[in-house]
Design a protein around this ligand. Structure first.
Ligand SMILES: C[S@@+](CC[C@H](N)C(=O)[O-])C[C@H]1O[C@@H](n2cnc3c(N)ncnc32)[C@H](O)[C@@H]1O
Ligand code: SF4
Ligand code: SF4
Length: 365
């Protein structure tokens, strides 16, 4: 049912589209989109707080800013508004969403509104949130390598063991789980080994390319983290393609492999601010994460205006599109554009997780 509703909303979006503005042309930057907008998918960075300090982290995290997190009331009201406007999918990330106050109420409200819910987590607190996580459609756990590499990147001893335990616990309790690995020079040649571990665990997997938008934090100086070379990426993509649980679309994998930072990539179609948007921890709406990281792009403050007003009036962001390869946005654009391999991968994933769930339902907590 969720899939049928999602397809209906997408069709409406296409029927009312301004095709020329869907293309990521620089001249459209800061202009209003004149076609139809529906916030089909909304990603919330729920908090500035995190219990980790990962060396590659590009998220807006700062434990001293905990009191700047948007209130739970704003988030709950926003979820109701998104529903009314035709929203179908909400995703919660951070910071670490499972350390945020009010996470229980937020997941309950998302579930009451029948959204397709995903939560992205470092896996440290899964065990104690099992009851609420039973409401999510997809738990995405970050795992960046085998034990030594993961604990090094995540700067937390024991984090590998914890995330492996969390994968097993989630599976045992019928919570659909997917592992996300951010690929960087530090772990690219470890992925063959990691792929074996994930195959044995029979867990869905996506790879995501490290994004360095001059967002390197103080603690990272000297960490020497960067994108892998194109040669290493080709290897990574080959390893990934040999793993039947890999859930990236070929479109994404090919674009990662062929990435040439020196050259501008051809502009493509993007639904940021048209069919989806992101909300920062302090409750500001942006079309996409690159826009949030751009100090010149002003977010629409949900403390001062309704979600509807913010979404209707938010201009397009078309500045860094030629170098944008964020997995969350790229895969979304492929799906929204009805790209056959994105649909195939999506359906294959849904089918497999439904079958797996059917057999595990009786074990739910
Ligand atoms: C920002 S984290 C927030 C959720 C949670 N704390 C976690 O680590 O899963 C969401 C995902 O983004 C990835 N990520 C963090 N920094 C990144 C960067 N600079 N480039 C690409 N992905 C990044 C993380 O590895 C994680 O899989
Ligand atoms: S990647 Fe996730 S767990 Fe790591 S510091 Fe960033 S927000 Fe925290
Ligand atoms: S998601 Fe990427 S392509 Fe789309 S508007 Fe943002 S920067 Fe441009």
């Amino acid at each position: 049912m969720k899939l049928v509703n999602f397809t209906k909303s997408l069709s409406q979006l296409w029927l009312g589209a301004n095709l020329s503005q869907l293309k990521t042309k620089k001249e459209d930057h800061n202009k209003q989109y004149t076609g139809k907008k529906i916030p089909i998918g909304v990603t919330f960075a729920l908090t500035f707080v995190c219990n980790f300090e990962c060396s590659h982290c590009g998220a807006d995290i700062d434990n001293k800013r905990a009191n700047e997190d948007a209130s739970t009331k704003i988030i709950l009201d926003t979820l109701d508004e998104i529903k009314k406007l035709g929203g179908k999918r909400v995703s919660f990330t951070g910071g670490e969403p499972l350390v945020r106050k009010g996470i229980k109420e937020i997941l309950e409200k998302a579930s009451d509104n029948k959204f397709y819910i995903s939560v992205v987590s470092n896996g440290w607190h899964v065990e104690r949130h099992l009851k609420q996580l039973n409401k999510v459609d997809l738990l995405i756990l970050s795992l960046d390598g085998t034990e030594e590499i993961h604990d090094f990147i995540r700067r937390k001893k024991g984090s590998y063991k914890k995330v492996i335990d969390s994968i097993k616990t989630a599976k045992k309790n019928g919570i659909p789980v997917l592992v996300n690995t951010t690929v960087m020079n530090t772990n690219a040649d470890n992925l063959k080994e990691l792929s074996k571990v994930l195959k044995d665990l029979e867990v869905f997997w996506t790879i995501d390319l490290f994004n360095d938008l001059d967002i390197v934090k103080d603690w990272q100086h000297g960490s020497n983290i960067s994108r892998p070379t194109n040669k290493l990426l080709e290897e990574v993509v080959k390893i990934g393609k040999e793993n039947p649980y890999l859930s990236n679309s070929f479109n994404y994998l090919n674009s990662v492999k062929e990435r040439d930072l020196e050259k501008e990539v051809e502009s493509s179609i993007c639904f940021a601010g048209i069919g989806y948007c992101v909300i920062s921890a302090d409750g500001k709406m942006y079309p996409c994460f690159p826009a949030q990281n751009d100090s010149e792009f002003e977010g629409m403050d949900l403390k001062k205006m309704s979600f509807k007003k913010a979404f209707d009036e938010m201009p397009l962001y078309r500045k860094n599109c030629d170098t944008c390869d964020m997995i969350c946005h790229k895969e979304m654009n492929s799906l929204y554009s009805f790209k056959p391999d994105a649909i195939f991968k999506g359906l294959k994933y849904l089918y497999k997780s439904k079958v797996a769930n059917f057999f595990r339902l009786n074990k739910r907590v």
